[in-house]
Write a protein that binds this ligand. Structure first.
Ligand code: SAM
Length: 390
């Protein structure tokens, strides 16, 4: 464990698990001649079968885990999305929901509860983590047993296109990213090396695909990134998003994540990038702290995601903050009225709405990118559209 952090100490089993993950990383570093790209490091510590943060049995979400997502706060977020989903499926005359990266199954359960009187034809879940697929199964079996026959878990993207709604909440930010630093006008690739029995940053000249992507990024920004500027870029995201969006026949896709436009993310003031690690509700920036026991994420470049979607033939139907999207989908209708007695449930719901909407919480940092194919929503997706900023 590295020093310098006031983070809760893990138990002996967790430490032993993290040591196994570090051994795996060390093996991959050695196989790569002493250098592992940051994207490959992220892939190993998050998704290595049976070892990675998402693949092994760590608690992850909620109070006993490392971070809280909007669906884990309570059911308000899902009830708002349910109104958008219901309106879409009504307009389409029916359809399916495909949720990618369903986490604990909280969003699926609360959505299906909210849509009980008008359920989707099928609710499909696709998740890279076998551990989480099992948790989703347990959550849904407990919460909506009567709707289980409509639910199916996919091992891969469906071959045929689907009409309906595609949902991805906090998934794009969990895809491995490359990290780089500007050196004398060129990008240097940051990666991982073994050092003193642990792991440390290493640097090498950027390979072709990374160098080209950084050159394209600077062209899109209209100015070079300054020397020393250090940040991330999602080289794997376009191909992943393209194949995901390929499954949308007629309907709406909602990608919800923390992130911003290209200009937000590569702003001069953000010269250390957007990489964040989550461990027991503490945020910090050391990705080598307890590998396998903490989550690693980077902000989503929604300008890039919108460009990928447009190139894949989808329309960018909306881009907005989470707060503005939830306001359009009636979040305030969920607030207890002035004449409602404020019992502990009501107070908890008020707190939940506050966290979902407040700029300093999830309201502004989280954005909603709405994409559509052969479908023009006849209902508002946001109270304030920011597409022109993309
Ligand atoms: C940060 S969690 C978010 C979970 C849930 N959507 C929520 O909001 O609580 C990321 C989820 O995406 C899944 N995931 C990550 N990469 C994936 C991929 N390439 N394909 C499918 N699921 C993926 C993880 O296993 C996990 O369930």
């Amino acid at each position: 464990m590295q020093s310098g952090f006031d983070l809760p100490a893990p138990g002996a089993d967790a430490l032993a698990h993290s040591a196994r993950v570090r051994d795996l990383v060390a093996t991959r570093i050695a196989a790569g001649g002493g250098f592992l790209s940051f994207a490959d490091y992220m892939d190993a510590v998050l998704y290595a079968p049976g070892l990675g943060y998402y693949s092994a049995g760590a608690r992850k979400f909620g109070v006993g885990g490392d971070f809280v997502t909007a669906p884990e706060l309570g059911s308000v977020f899902a009830r708002c999305l349910a109104r958008l989903v219901r309106a879409t499926l009504r307009q389409l005359g029916g359809g399916v929901i495909l949720e990618v990266g369903g986490g604990s199954g909280a969003l699926a359960a609360d959505l299906l509860v909210a849509l009980r009187d008008e359920p989707p034809e099928r609710y499909l879940l696709l998740d890279i983590s076998g551990d989480l697929r099992e948790r989703q199964r347990q959550t849904l079996a407990a919460r909506v047993p009567e709707l289980l026959p409509r639910v199916a878990w996919l091992d891969a993207l469906p071959a045929e296109s689907l009409d309906g709604v595609l949902l991805a909440n906090e998934v794009l930010d969990a895809l491995p990213v490359e990290r780089f630093r500007m050196r004398g006008g060129h990008a240097a690739q940051l990666g991982v090396q073994s050092a003193g029995g642990g792991l440390a940053w290493a640097e090498q000249p950027a390979p072709g695909p990374l160098a080209s992507a950084v050159a394209e990024l600077q062209a899109a920004l209209g100015a070079p990134l300054p020397d020393g500027y250090t940040t991330e870029i999602g080289l794997r995201q376009p191909a992943w998003l393209r194949s995901l969006l390929g499954t949308v026949g007629r309907g709406l896709a909602l990608c919800i994540d923390y992130g911003g436009t290209r200009r937000d993310i590569y702003h001069a003031g953000r010269s250390a990038g957007t990489l964040v690690c989550h461990y027991r509700h503490r945020q910090h920036t050391d990705p080598f702290f307890l590998p396998g026991l903490q989550d690693l994420t980077a902000w989503v470049d929604f300008s890039a995601a919108a460009g990928t979607a447009a190139a894949a033939g989808l329309e960018v139907a909306g881009y907005a903050t989470q707060a503005h999207t939830l306001l359009a989908s009636g979040v305030l209708d969920d607030l207890p009225g002035a004449d409602t007695p404020l019992d502990s449930d009501r107070l908890r719901e008020l707190q939940e709405v506050q966290r979902l909407l407040m700029p300093g919480e999830m309201g502004e940092r989280f954005k909603v990118l709405a994409l559509s194919r052969a479908f023009t929503p006849d209902f508002p997706l946001t109270v304030r559209d920011l597409r022109t900023r993309l």
